[in-house]
Design a protein around this ligand. Structure first.
Ligand code: SF4
Length: 325
C-alpha cells in the first residue's frame, strides 16, 4: 500500500507509456485520486493505452462529464442507515457492515467513490458492539463485511470479528466482499487464513474481478490458501464498456476463476455513480452478451446478470437474450 502508484508519472513508467500519451485527467483525479498497487499494474500490458485493466484505474477526462441519471449515491445508501454508523440492512436476513473506507485500488466506476465514509466510521470496540447487536437479532443469518475493502483491517481486527461471530450459539455465516486477493495477493497472510480456518466459522469470500488478466499465478496461489482454510470462494464482476463487455472475455474470466477454484456468482450492471457513464453497457446489450456467453460455457460458469435498485427487497436478475438459431 505504501509503495502503491499515486501519480500519473509513476503509472506511465509502470505501464511503459509516455506520460504525454497517457489519457489522464487531473480534474478527474481530484476527490478520488489515482491509486494502483504495483502487483495490479504489473498485469497491465505495457504500451497499451486501451488495456482493460488500465481503463479501470486511470482517472480519465470522461469522468468530468455531467450525465443525467448519474449521481453521487446511486443506490441511495445514505438513506438506509438504521441509526448505527456503517450498518446497512438492505435485504432480509443479512446485515452489511462498512468496516473501512480504505481501498487498495481506486476503481473509477466504484459506486461508493463519493460515499461519506468518515460520517460512518466505527472504532473496533463500537464495531464489535454492533456485531453483538446483530447476533442477538434472530432474523440475521449472515454478516457481511464490506467497505472500502474489509481486508484492509488488521489481521487482529478481523480475528476479533470472526471469533465474536464463531463463539455465538447461532450458526451465522461471515461473508467478506473484497478485491484485495486480486489486486495485492500478498494480503492473504498466514494469520488471515489461520483465523478463517481455526474459528470453524462458515465463511464466504466474494472476490471482485472483472477481467481474466487480473488473475495470475500469485492471485491463484492466494485463492488456494483461502480455499485450504475452508472458505467458499465466489466472484462478482461489474459489466464495463471497454473492459469486459464481450462474451469471449467473460468466458475467459470464468475459465480463469474456475481454474483457481472460484465460481462466478454475479455480474452487475453498472451502478450509475457520477463520473462513470463511459463504462455503461445498456440492458439490451448486456442481456445479449449474457445470451452469447450462455452458448459458450456450461451453466455453472455463467454469472447471474443483476441490477440493483434503491429500496428493492433484492437484486433483480436480468434474463439473457439468446442468439436466434
Ligand atoms: S475495491 Fe471495491 S470498494 Fe474499493 S474502489 Fe474498487 S470497487 Fe470500490
Amino acid at each position: 500500500m505504501q509503495r502503491a502508484i499515486r501519480t500519473p508519472a509513476g503509472l506511465a513508467a509502470a505501464v511503459g507509456i509516455a506520460l504525454e500519451d497517457l489519457p489522464y485527467s487531473q480534474i478527474a483525479d481530484q476527490g478520488f485520486p489515482l491509486l494502483v498497487p504495483h502487483a495490479f499494474a504489473a498485469r497491465i500490458e505495457r504500451g497499451n493505452v486501451a488495456d482493460p485493466l488500465l481503463r479501470q484505474i486511470l482517472a480519465a477526462q470522461d469522468e468530468t462529464l455531467t450525465v443525467a441519471g448519474y449521481s453521487n449515491d446511486p443506490l441511495a445508501e445514505t438513506s438506509l442507515y438504521a441509526g448505527t454508523p456503517g450498518l446497512l440492512q438492505k435485504y432480509h436476513g443479512r446485515a452489511l457492515l462498512v468496516v473501512t473506507g480504505q481501498c487498495a485500488i481506486n476503481c473509477r466506476y466504484c459506486f461508493r467513490r463519493d460515499y461519506p465514509y468518515s460520517d460512518n466510521a466505527q472504532s473496533s470496540t463500537e464495531r464489535l458492539a454492533t456485531i453483538d447487536q446483530l447476533l442477538d437479532d434472530s432474523s440475521i443469518g449472515e454478516i457481511i463485511l464490506s467497505g472500502g475493502d474489509p481486508l484492509l483491517l488488521l489481521d487482529e481486527q478481523i480475528t476479533a470479528i470472526a471469533q465474536r461471530i464463531a463463539r455465538h450459539e447461532r450458526d451465522i455465516t461471515l461473508r467478506i466482499h473484497t478485491r484485495l486477493p486480486i489486486v495485492i495477493p500478498d494480503r492473504v497472510t498466514t494469520a488471515l487464513t489461520r483465523t478463517l480456518s481455526q474459528t470453524g466459522l462458515r465463511s464466504v469470500m466474494v472476490l471482485h474481478s472483472n477481467h481474466p488478466n487480473e488473475i495470475d499465478q500469485a492471485t491463484a496461489k492466494a485463492i488456494q490458501s483461502l480455499r485450504d482454510a475452508g472458505v467458499t470462494m465466489l466472484n462478482q464482476s461489474v459489466l464495463l464498456a471497454g473492459v469486459n463487455d464481450n462474451p469471449d472475455v467473460l468466458a475467459a474470466l470464468s475459465d480463469r476463476l474456475f481454474a483457481a477454484g472460484v465460481l462466478p456468482y454475479y455480474i452487475h450492471m453498472l451502478d450509475k455513480v457520477a463520473g462513470s457513464s463511459h463504462f455503461e453497457v445498456c440492458e439490451d446489450s448486456a442481456r445479449r452478451i449474457m445470451g452469447e456467453l450462455s452458448a459458450l460455457r456450461p451453466g455453472y460458469l455463467i454469472p447471474k446478470l443483476a441490477v440493483e435498485r434503491p429500496g428493492a427487497a433484492s437484486k433483480r436478475q436480468l434474463e439473457p437474450i439468446y442468439p436466434s438459431v
